[in-house]
Design a protein around this ligand. Structure first.
Ligand SMILES: Nc1ncnc2c1ncn2[C@@H]1O[C@H](COP(=O)(O)OP(=O)(O)O)[C@@H](O)[C@H]1O
Ligand SMILES: [Mg+2]
Length: 244
């Protein structure tokens, strides 16, 4: 469904206690586009992503994933939809701590295909792509934050979902790992996957096709900044040739 609507959310509302966190948020994501979800800490990005990823039910409004309303289906159909079509990168990586990095990544593929062997092969390929081959055998619980976040990103990609929802996936990464994750995002978007990334990082946002901003619980379109401001440290970088 080239150019089709992968996700359509309309009028989403989510309250917690007497606080309305999401107050009529609407968003449409087309196939193959990448979007940055921006907004200050506490504004409701995670809450919104959980609604879009069918992890949490909106108090009002609708979410359609490839035209399907998951909340009109049974629990099993919803779980199957999530497994096949939605890759979720949690803000806290949510790895299973006693399973190896490799098994964490392989698990969704194993559940989908029933083949442990092919699931492990897919996991190895992804871990390699993220520069994590050395850590493949390490339990999820002993990985550094940055490693865990990359493993979690690999896990979200393993079933080649139609849409990836990533909650500050580079929040605890150094620039090299951030680049590795962003490069793999570029690649999957080129392959036709839709990507929504909650982020504070303007470098991440500037790599997306467009940007939406959470404001008072709703979403407002924003232009991508055309000039990215150089870091004050850029000037200190020593070029490959030697002296700055
Ligand atoms: N489980 C929860 N129970 C009660 N309040 C929550 C819960 N999770 C988040 N909140 C509140 O909802 C608001 C939005 O949080 P969140 O979606 O995590 O924002 P963001 O991801 O943009 O930082 C915050 O005020 C937060 O305190
Ligand atoms: Mg958050």
């Amino acid at each position: 469904m080239s150019g089709g609507l992968v996700l359509v959310a309309e009028g989403l509302v989510r309250r917690r206690g007497d606080k309305t966190i999401i107050a009529g948020a609407s968003l449409t994501l087309k196939q193959g586009e990448s979007v940055a979800l921006m907004g200050p800490s506490g504004c409701g990005k995670t809450t919104l992503l959980h609604l879009l990823g069918v992890l949490d039910r909106p108090g009002a409004g609708t979410v359609l994933i490839e035209g399907i309303n998951p909340w009109s289906k049974g629990r099993n159909a919803r779980a199957a939809l999530r497994l096949r079509r939605i890759g979720f990168v949690f803000q806290q990586s949510n790895l299973i701590p006693f399973l190896s990095a490799r098994d964490n990544v392989a698990l969704p593929a194993w559940r989908l295909s029933g083949s442990r062997r092919s699931a492990l092969a897919q996991a190895d390929a992804l871990l390699d792509r993220f520069g994590l081959s050395v850590q493949a055998g390490a339990p999820g619980g002993v990985l550094s934050l940055g490693e865990a976040q990359r493993v979690a990103t690999a896990r979200a990609l393993v079933n080649r979902p139609a849409i990836i929802l990533a909650d500050e996936p580079t929040g605890s990464l150094d620039s090299a790992s951030t680049e590795a994750v962003l490069d793999s995002f570029d690649e999957i978007v080129r392959e036709g996957t839709t990507l929504l990334v909650a982020t504070h990082d303007s470098r991440v946002a500037s790599r997306m096709h467009r940007m939406v901003h959470m404001q008072d619980g709703a979403l407002v379109d924003q232009p991508i900044p055309t000039t990215s401001y150089p870091s004050p440290f850029t000037a200190l970088k020593i070029p490959a040739g030697g002296r700055p």
